[in-house]
Design a protein around this ligand. Sequence first.
Ligand SMILES: [Zn+2]
Length: 58
Amino acid sequence: MTEKKKKEKKAETHICHACEEVIYPEDEQEYVKTKRNTKMWFHRNCIRRQMYGSNKKH
Ligand SMILES: [Zn+2]
């Protein structure tokens, strides 16, 4: 038996700042850098939605 070292890649999941749901690695996603040097993640769809609906306040 040989020992296999498994490199566990932690798939980083992020929370979408628009809809507050998990962004899965296979989802289309984008991030925005803030002044605090942090990243805000969004689904690409959510960005689109925000752009189109930016004048509308909920
Ligand atoms: Zn989203």
